[in-house]
Write a protein that binds this ligand. Structure first.
Ligand code: KG4
Ligand code: ZN
Length: 350
């Protein structure tokens, strides 16, 4: 029987043990997740330091690093979880979106594992994975909830209506918020990865640089974002002041940018609560690790809104979130055969 024929007959287990693989960018991540919510192991081997001198991720370096360390990451994850490959009920893997070569390492590895073990191969959408990290953060969490999705490639306010249906209320029209953090970091001379470094510098600064209000006179969705204008305003400010011979206070620039970039995320999430009557807000994506976002969301939400703020390691790229979303897809019997291909672009809705 071929693997393709076998897919039809796979049993869907009650409490599956899933080995999850994530290689969409510069992190080789492997996790062992039980029942979609319990993380038994969460391994990450990052190639970030190899990209630092180039100021951003170099796709070829990321791919090569994945091939070098994916086996070690898997062995470590199994060891930490105290299980063997024979205990694994399914292999979940990030199908996209991400760097094509990097994704291919993960999908090829996952295919080989699923085939050799004779278990289902579950393709996972990376962004849906970020949102499903909320189920790890709060083991009792059930939809509906409002999700703030803030990553390096996406920015959105969404309603997670049930485990499979997501309604996007608004999203970015241009740059993602994480992308803006990375670009502002660059103009301030901060090393890659930008977001955490901007946050660190912002702690010593004041919110005193005037930056434009986002999407003024815009007649699209009130939940939409535009980070390109904000980023350009910061870049122009730095260049203009420098050209005038004025020494800029980098910490103030970082702080002012961070306030503008984050306040609007909080504002729109709370607006969604008001409009929908859904009183749970979950944070997801790499920018969710930002301390200013986490603290101010808590302050502004008050005690009538339930917040789900995953540990920082489950906001940035990790494989546990792929295991959490993979579990949902597994339960639905959404299995791939060995023709599964990596997809650089993958829409949030499917
Ligand atoms: O979700 P993620 O790990 O990868 C994508 O799927 O894009 O997000 C990465 C983004 C980067 O742009 C990074 O600068 C940003 O998240 N980021 C942060 C922080 N930590 C990571 N941005 C602001 N503050 C942080 N502490
Ligand atoms: Zn991500």
């Amino acid at each position: 029987m071929t693997y393709k024929q076998k897919i039809q007959g796979f049993e869907i287990k009650e409490n599956p043990l899933i080995l999850a693989i994530e290689t969409s960018c510069d992190e080789t991540a492997v996790a062992v997740v039980k029942n979609g919510r319990e993380v038994l192991a969460d391994e990450i081997i990052s190639s970030a330091s190899q990209h630092a001198k180039f100021g951003g991720v170099v796709p070829e370096i990321a791919s090569r690093s994945h091939t070098t360390v994916i086996l070690t990451a898997t062995k470590n994850a199994l060891k930490t979880a105290g299980v063997t490959l024979n205990d694994i009920d399914a292999i979940a893997v990030t199908e996209g979106a991400g760097l094509l070569g990097a994704l291919l390492v993960g999908t090829s590895f996952a295919k080989a594992l699923a085939y050799s073990l004779g278990v289902p191969l579950v393709p996972v959408n990376h962004i849906r994975g970020h949102m499903s990290a909320s189920y790890i953060a709060d083991k009792e969490l059930k939809p509906p909830f409002i999700s703030i999705l803030a990553s390096g490639g996406h920015t959105a306010i969404a309603v997670v209506k049930d485990y499979y249906n997501i309604e996007i209320l608004g999203q970015t029209k241009d740059d993602a918020v994480g992308e803006a953090f990375d670009k502002v970091a660059r103009v301030l001379g901060l090393p890659y990865p930008g977001g955490p470094n901007v946050e660190r510098l912002a702690k010593d600064g004041k919110n005193n640089v005037k930056l434009p209000k986002m999407l003024k006179n815009y007649d699209g969705s009130p939940y939409d974002f535009s980070y390109s204008g904000l980023k350009t305003a910061v870049i122009n400010y730095v260049h203009n002041e420098t050209a005038k011979g004025v020494e800029i206070n980098k910490a103030d620039v970082a702080c002012s940018f961070q306030c503008s970039a984050i306040d609007v995320l909080i504002e729109k999430a709370l607006k969604a609560v008001k409009q929908t009557g859904i009183k749970t807000v979950a944070v997801s994506g790499g920018v969710g690790a930002n301390g200013y976002l986490r603290e101010n969301l808590k302050k502004q939400a008050g005690d009538k809104i339930k917040l789900v703020i995953p540990e920082k390691k489950y906001c940035t790229d990790n494989a546990s979130m792929i295991g959490a979303e993979g579990y949902l897809q597994y339960k639905k019997g959404n299995f791939a055969d060995l023709t599964l291909n990596a997809r650089a672009v993958l829409p949030l809705e499917y």
